[in-house]
Design a protein around this ligand. Structure first.
Ligand SMILES: Nc1nc2c(ncn2[C@@H]2O[C@H](COP(=O)(O)OP(=O)(O)O)[C@@H](O)[C@H]2O)c(=O)[nH]1
Ligand SMILES: [Mg+2]
Length: 447
């Protein structure tokens, strides 16, 4: 993608009323536009209090601070001006329109950060982390987004890439000396180096999986017979009175969703209609939706009423492969000991009093494998990073197999080249316009 030559502007602060509102301009015309609005500019990186005026008739628009950041030492790597006025939507609109009249173009979502990436101010993982930091919903996510933003993830990927480049140089130079090629390629150290790189990709894969969970959270579907206490459990876990709870079986028909955190791990709780044979078309639709949610859940909480023999088993149709926690509810009535029961492999709780629920929460964290969410080195990651790492792993293993079995140097070199391309897609050395559009299109305007 070419580095754009035009100048962009946008309101960088959130819409609505606020003490301060900021218009940001980036590009070659930024300084000229600022001069037209505010007269003589302050020295770089100094904040000067000034009046912003319409250039044609010098009408005051607002007054506030003006700051100049000159290329290349700015967020985007271009000249940037910040006009920090009062945070009212109309006054900011007028200020922005004035900038646009002076030759700036309205920035697209994420365009400032996209320029920062295109100008080499940050790699793609860092650019993604900017959006993730803004969207972070809890302290652990903020910390992990900061780690990525500071380049920790990108640096680890780069280290593997450097190792790969060394390997490629060695193998490709061996290819240039055909008569000694076999000697070169049968060197056992080559295989060892490939194994070491595989190991590092393996570690990155595990961290990335954690990073995705930390960013996107896990889906937890609460299912079971009508009246087992599913809606009560949702209310107990969120600490809010979200779902209607009644003694009438079949109360919940719509799927209800709520978000909570377990030690920084985002959990999307899903309360569903009780599953049973029903003639009622509305309830049938609720049950159909409950099944659909089960299909997409990471973990299923199957709730049983401890007072009754459960007759859901024949009708529930659990998806294969999804972990299920069996939970016996209403122990405040049956007097069972709360917590995990090793013999029955189930958890005894009361959705009414909250007893035993902490053991379920622990089990959820263990299943998600996130005991180390609080790790200081944990970074946020996305699905595309995982896909790229898997592809790199596959190519690297192909390279190793080729070398071990056929010693075909050309093929091995080609697989290593592909490994490198897959990894460099993560940091953005190799990208498509489509990918960039997808990443930056999800940003807010003004960032
Ligand atoms: N005593 C007691 N009653 C419960 C408990 N959980 C749910 N209930 C009651 O069981 C009935 C059905 O609960 P609800 O949450 O609507 O069940 P759902 O149909 O599975 O969503 C309501 O009358 C609740 O008050 C519990 O742990 N203890
Ligand atoms: Mg319910």
């Amino acid at each position: 993608m070419a580095i754009p030559a035009d100048t962009i502007a946008a309101i960088a602060t959130a819409p609505g009323r606020g003490g301060v509102g900021i218009v940001r301009i980036s590009g070659t015309k930024a300084k000229a536009i600022a001069q037209a609005i505010a007269g003589k500019l302050p020295p770089e990186r100094y904040a000067r209090h000034t009046t912003f005026r319409t250039p044609d008739n010098q009408e005051p628009i607002d007054d506030g601070l003006l700051i100049v950041f000159s290329a290349p030492h700015s967020y985007t790597g271009e000249d940037i001006i910040e006009l920090q006025g009062h945070g009212g939507s109309v006054v900011l609109d007028i200020l922005l329109k004035t900038c646009l009249n002076q030759g700036a173009r309205l920035a697209k979502p994420g365009e400032f950060t996209e320029r920062a990436f295109l100008n080499g101010r940050m790699d793609l993982t860092q650019a993604e982390a900017v959006a993730d930091l803004i969207d972070a919903s809890n302290t652990a996510a903020v910390r992990a987004a900061q780690n990525t933003l500071q380049g920790k993830f990108g640096q680890q990927v780069d280290q593997v890439v450097r190792g790969l480049i060394d390997l490629r140089i060695y193998i490709e130079s061996a290819l240039d000396f055909a008569e000694e090629e076999i000697d070169f390629l049968s060197d056992h150290r080559l295989i060892q180096q490939m194994q070491a790189l595989s190991q590092r990709i393996e570690t990155l894969l595990a961290d990335t999986q954690q990073g995705i969970l930390l960013r996107d959270g896990i889906k937890l579907a609460i299912v079971g017979a009508p009246n087992a206490g599913k809606s009560s459990l949702l209310n107990q876990m969120t600490g809010e009175d979200l779902a209607i709870v009644t003694p009438i079986p079949g109360t919940t028909r719509d799927v209800l969703r709520a978000a909570i955190h377990l030690d920084g791990l985002p959990i999307h709780l899903i309360d569903t209609a009780g599953i049973r044979d029903s003639e009622d078309p509305i309830e049938q639709e609720g049950i159909r939706r409950a099944r659909k949610e089960m299909e997409h859940a990471h973990i299923i909480l199957w709730l049983h009423d401890d007072q009754q023999d459960d007759d859901t088993a024949p009708v529930i149709h659990l998806p294969t492969g999804t972990p299920v926690l069996h939970i016996r509810n209403k122990i405040d009535l049956t007097g069972k000991t709360p917590g995990f029961n090793a013999e029955n492999k189930d958890y005894a709780i009361s959705a009414k009093t909250g007893e035993g629920i902490s053991s379920v929460k622990c089990a959820i964290k263990n299943l998600a494998g996130v005991s180390s969410v609080q790790d200081s080195g944990q970074f946020l990651a996305r699905r595309r990073h995982l896909d790229a790492l898997n592809e790199a792993m596959h190519e690297l293993q192909t390279a190793q197999k080729t070398l071990e079995t056929t010693q075909a140097g050309e093929l091995c070199a080609e697989s290593l080249r592909r490994t490198q391309i897959a990894l460099e897609g993560i940091t953005g050395r190799y990208t498509s316009d489509d990918l960039l559009g997808e990443i930056f299109g999800a940003f807010c305007i003004g960032k």
